[in-house]
Design a protein around this ligand. Structure first.
Ligand code: PLP
Length: 378
């Protein structure tokens, strides 16, 4: 066996949409991006969505939207991917690491409360592995301290908390469609909000600062008088980035969005099989709690095991790929200057192992992984 850790699940629906893009021969930022943004709004139930080329870009621009003065503080979890905290530095702000809940790996609410000071302007909760941060509690705390909330939904496209889609609880929600995630556009991301005034300006920021994109300019020039020569006209009033989504990505995204609920259901079924398989192995416990009522989207299945490195080698020798999500950020050289403790994160990560849990994983492959987990202890 040779079992991949992650694998995008793509097929003929994506190819059909791509054919339409090729036939139109408009591959860049165009009508497919607008259609994907509209359908994303309908799917998660928000007023405005803006397609970008990654969640890193989405988070960067989301923070930019608030124009916080340089040096202010932004609270981020100690266990997450680098982008959650890098974007704080991109905006000349200071990351403040929040320790994690030992059972769920997401931001610990008590530690969050204790780290808030008058210089804190925002918080970026991460629904790590898809496990939802208690957003009702977090929003109440944020309100009380006038903090802006940017949800990092890189791991939970399609998920919800207390019946409300993740990404619609905070002031802005950011999603990743990178190839390994719950759904993919190859690389890609989405910025969402119910406050069009807040994020509409980000359309220019994602398009090198230009106020009208080329497709819209070309469309609005159609039917104009022949002697009018202003279709080329645009203005740059902000220092923007080349962060746009393009029609190739959006074509894949539109097909993936139709399958998202089914893909999330398959991931839940895979997780159910793993939970069943490990329940009689005392030295292994689940990475997080995988049983939140009414929540649909977990990105990966992981375990905790004290003999982490030996187990990883054992699985590797048997053709099973694994990962570790994540080495705590304050331990990385870039973030060491912001290390403020976070003992729980620094302790529990040592046991983390991510197991293959992608949508196309077959039942006999799951059984094989479980057999090998059991075999390690024999
Ligand atoms: C929590 C988290 N936030 C942000 C990102 C960045 O996503 P992207 O690769 O789309 O930039 C990732 C990527 O894995 C992530 O895990």
């Amino acid at each position: 066996m040779d079992i991949r850790l992650f694998k995008p699940s793509v097929g003929k629906e994506e190819l059909e949409n791509l054919k339409a893009v090729f036939d139109r021969a408009w591959l860049g930022l165009g009508p497919m991006v607008s259609q994907f943004e509209d359908e994303w709004c309908r799917y998660i139930g928000c007023k405005i969505s803006i397609g970008v080329n990654s969640a890193t870009a989405a988070l960067h621009l989301a923070l930019t939207a608030f124009q916080f003065p340089a040096g202010k503080k932004v609270l981020v979890p100690a266990i997450t991917f680098t982008s959650t905290a890098s974007v704080v530095l991109y905006n000349r702000l200071t990351p403040v690491f929040v320790d994690v809940d030992p059972d769920t790996t997401v931001m610990d609410m008590d530690d969050l409360r204790s780290k808030i000071d008058p210089d804190c302007v925002a918080v970026i909760p991460v629904h790590n592995a898809g496990y939802p941060v208690p957003m009702n509690e977090l929003m109440a705390l944020a309100d009380q301290h006038h903090l802006k909330v940017i949800e990092d939904c890189a791991h939970c496209a399609g998920g919800s908390y207390k019946g409300k889609k993740l990404g619609t609880w905070g002031h802005i929600g950011c999603f990743s469609f990178e190839e390994k995630k719950c759904m993919t556009t190859g690389d890609g991301g989405m910025i969402c909000s119910d406050d069009p005034e807040l994020i509409e300006p980000l359309r220019a920021y994602r398009w090198v600062g230009i106020d009208k994109d080329t497709w819209r300019r070309a469309e609005s020039a159609k039917g104009r008088q022949e002697n009018e020569a202003l279709h080329w006209h645009y203005e740059i009033s902000v220092l923007g980035y080349k962060y746009n989504m393009n029609d190739i990505m959006a074509a894949i995204g539109l097909a993936q969005l139709k399958k998202l609920d089914a893909m999330n259901a398959r991931r839940r079924a895979i997780i159910g099989k793993y939970l069943d398989g490990i329940k009689d192995i005392p030295a292994i416990s689940p990475y997080t709690k995988y049983s939140i009522e009414g929540h649909e989207a977990y990105w990966f299945f992981g375990i905790r095991c004290k003999q982490r490195d030996e187990m990883i080698i054992h699985l590797k020798n048997n053709g099973i790929a694994t990962g570790v999500h994540f080495y705590p950020l304050p331990l990385h050289p870039l973030f060491k200057p912001y290390d403020n403790g976070c003992p729980m994160a620094k302790n529990i990560w040592k046991t983390f192992i991510t197991l293959p849990s992608h949508v196309d994983l077959k039942d006999d492959e799951i059984a094989y992984v479980i057999e090998n987990l059991q075999g390690f202890f024999k």
